[in-house]
Design a protein around this ligand. Structure first.
Ligand SMILES: [Cu+2]
Length: 127
């Protein structure tokens, strides 16, 4: 019985992870993982410097609305996490462990995109 429920919970999490692109934020089976929608353009990250309320994992739901390929990289407290190259008109999800309060850089590491404006910070509050 217990194992069955746990299995169901894990299956639900996997589904949320794979369908994060179209999951409704209020109906997610894992409300403890905040989801942030991020829009990449030539050459901006929007929002450029969001804040999350407490340390923990964050789901980034990223769309590339620009005309160039982009990548989103986050220098978190446990190292760098980044997407594969996201084609124009496409999207990606990234799960980032922001386990400590702080201010973490995020940027597009391709060519000179960060210098051109694709950089900012995620601030993690103490909770
Ligand atoms: Cu870029």
């Amino acid at each position: 019985m217990m194992a069955g429920r746990l299995g169901t919970a894990i299956a639900a999490l996997v589904i949320v992870a794979s369908l994060a692109g179209c999951a409704n934020r209020e109906e997610t089976a894992a409300p403890q993982i905040p989801t942030l929608s991020v829009r990449l353009t030539d050459f901006d990250i929007s929002p450029s410097s969001p804040t999350v309320d407490k340390p923990g994992e964050v789901f980034l739901r990223i769309s590339n609305d620009g005309r160039s390929p982009h990548v989103l990289a986050v220098d978190g407290p446990e190292g760098e996490a980044k997407t594969d190259t996201i084609k124009p008109g496409s999207g990606a999800t990234l799960r980032v462990a922001l386990s400590e309060p702080g201010r973490y850089k995020w940027y597009c590491p391709l060519e000179n995109h960060a210098e051109r404006g694709m950089r900012g910070h995620i601030t993690v509050k103490d909770g």
